[in-house]
Design a protein. Structure first.
Length: 215
């Protein structure tokens, strides 16, 4: 699902650009992980560096939702069907967490067949979860929490990341993103943070060993 088509017009009252950009970055790294697993490149340090960044970003993303989004959304629900969406989000997070641990184990053991199988399960589970979230959970966020509730969540995520986390998060998320998305997201950042991104964070990220890229 492209960023240009991901958010239907009826959702535009709440700006989910950051969420969709993060989801696209997760999908991008899943493709890289799948390629590494299929090609059995288990001796390539770039695979481990790329996986570590992906894992860390997904941990922060899901932990933030579990702590600061789903509880607020649950408190605002009024029907069993709405609560069921949140139940599913939390359950899917737990499944993905187990699969992440499974990939960690396969990489540690350099288990080629196990990595290929577990990567397939993780890719299916995470892609399905993100589609489910975009289809059912984000409309609930807009309906029940609105712009104010969403901004409260994004402020929490900003505090959770801090400058140190942002130094990785923004260049990781915006790698290969459409220019319009990059401009949109950077335009929402304070001017000093934009300077940090352009002069320090993005160049440093681009030079780092990661996936197929070697300095």
């Amino acid at each position: 699902m492209s960023l240009d088509s991901a958010a239907p017009a009826e959702r535009r009252n709440v700006d989910f650009t950051l969420m969709y950009a993060a989801h696209e970055a997760f999908r991008r790294d899943l493709r890289r992980l799948e390629g590494a697993a299929e090609n059995l490149r288990l001796t390539d340090p770039g695979l481990y560096a790329g996986w570590t960044t992906f894992h860390q970003q997904l941990d922060v993303h899901h932990r933030g939702e579990d702590v600061a989004l789903w509880p607020e959304l649950r408190a605002a629900t009024g029907t069993p069907s709405e609560a069921a969406v949140i139940d599913a989000m939390e359950s899917e997070h737990k499944t993905i967490e187990l699969l992440l641990a499974g990939v960690d184990g396969c990489l540690a053991l350099k288990d080629r067949s196990g990595l290929l199988e577990t990567t397939g399960f993780l890719s299916e589970a995470l892609r399905s979860h993100m589609e489910h979230e975009e289809r059912d959970a984000l409309p609930l966020v807009e309906q029940l929490l609105g712009e104010r509730g969403w901004k409260a969540f994004t402020r929490y995520m900003g505090r959770a990341q801090g400058l140190k986390g942002g130094a990785v998060f923004f260049p990781w998320m915006l790698e290969e993103a459409p220019e319009s998305t990059v401009a949109d997201i950077l335009g929402k950042l304070p001017a000093p943070v934009r300077v940090l991104y352009r002069r320090l964070w993005q160049p440093r990220y681009a030079r780092a060993l990661r996936w197929d890229r070697h300095p």
